[in-house]
Each structure stands twice: as C-alpha cells, then as structure tokens.
Design a protein. Structure first.
Length: 140
C-alpha cells in the first residue's frame, strides 16, 4: 500500500528498480552502499552492487514489486513484499520476501533483500509455484 508520504522514497526506489534500467538504479545508490541478498556475500560499494544487480537482472526479462507492511523511522525502512519475475521463457514467478533500505542524503546506503531466488532457476518441468502470501495482500 503506497499511502504514507513519509515512505514515498522507499516506493520510488522500487518503482525505479522495476524499470530494470541500471543507470536509473545507479542514481539511487550512495558510492559506499552495502548490499546483501540473503546469505550471499556482502557487497561493498556502488560498482560491486551494480554489477551484482545487473547480473541478477540478466536472468529474467521483467520484475514488479508489490508491497505489504512497510515501517520506517525516516531514513530506515523495512517492508514485506513480493517480487513477480517474468522469465525469458514467459513464465512468471512471484516470490515473497523482506527488504531493508537505509539512506543518507537521499541515497541508499544499505540494501538488504531476503527472499529465496531458487524458484527462478528451477527448470520449467519442476512446476514450482510461489505466490504472494495472504498476510500482506490488501484488497484493492
């Protein structure tokens, strides 16, 4: 739910991510950004973060974030949500997760995403189905 003006920066960040334009993403990150996805190694600095994100994006042709509950104390925000990935073969897979963002001077200094990317790499015959959990899906 995108209703809290104090969280607009959080939602704007994900709107830019959903365009999958790495140059647009770069304008949101501080030079000293720290990035971590799940239990992957921590990435330090904008070049490493952008390279990892571009590498991840190469695995699919589109994505869209849906937000559930998001909490913030100003420059820190964390929220539950789900990402719907459109794979190169046309399949879509929705994976729930949690994201934490911190910022300084309007730029993201910490990006931590906790979701299971395994379904993205499963063969089509595995028919893995992951959907948005009911606990954060709000009526339209």
């Amino acid at each position: 739910m995108k209703t809290d003006p104090a969280l607009q920066w959080f939602y704007d960040y994900f709107d830019d991510v959903d365009t999958m334009q790495i140059d647009k993403m770069a304008t949101r990150l501080a030079d000293d950004v720290v990035v971590r996805f799940g239990n992957d190694p921590i990435l330090h600095g904008k070049p490493a973060a952008l390279a990892a994100i571009a590498g991840l994006w190469a695995n699919f042709k589109g994505l869209r974030h849906t937000h559930g509950q998001v909490v913030s104390n100003g420059d820190y925000a964390s929220g539950e949500g789900a990402v719907t990935f459109t794979l190169h073969d046309g399949r879509t897979i929705t994976i729930p997760g949690i994201t934490i963002l911190e910022r300084r001077d309007g730029l993201v200094t910490r990006l931590s995403g906790y979701l299971d990317f395994a379904p993205l790499y499963a063969p089509p015959e595995a028919a893995i189905e992951v959907t948005e959990p009911d606990f954060f899906v709000f009526p339209a």
